[in-house]
Write a new protein. Sequence first.
Length: 186
Amino acid sequence: MYEGFFRLEKLVFQHDKFAGGKVQPQTREVFERGEAAAVIPYDPVRDEIIWIEQFRVGALQAGLGPWLIETIAGIVEHGENAEEVIRREAMEEAGCKIKEIEKITSYLVSPGGTSEVIHLYCGKTNTENIAKYHGLDHEGEDIKAHVLSFTESLKWLKQDKFNSATPMLAMQWLMLNRDRLRSKWK
């Protein structure tokens, strides 16, 4: 139906009902986004996390304000894997090197209308000397890095400063796994 920065496809399908028989043919549009990879960069020695802030047109359209606090993330391009993406994007979006990684999960963003899957990781990094401003000019990126303590990040979570699922999932996972990671990654 449309192909630009994203792709919109029209599908006609039919499936078996749980109780037997078939549903009537259904027509749906699917926003085809592909795969993305995201990482919550965590410094287990300093007990700090790097968050990024950037403009998001979807948030603007939703009336939430266009500036979101997020994890570092990027699209998985042809020939790349998710781990390569998070390492590349960590340098581009926050100037940080991811030393070790641990997979958190892979999940569908909004399966009622998009095929997008996000592969979410936690990455060991060093938060010392992280510059504030990043992004690639040729991609129109204007990114601000925030280095926060685990405690301050938890306050941001409780204050609803994260308006998208990925940073919330990452922070909640870190809450459950922080002690183990601090022991493993020190």
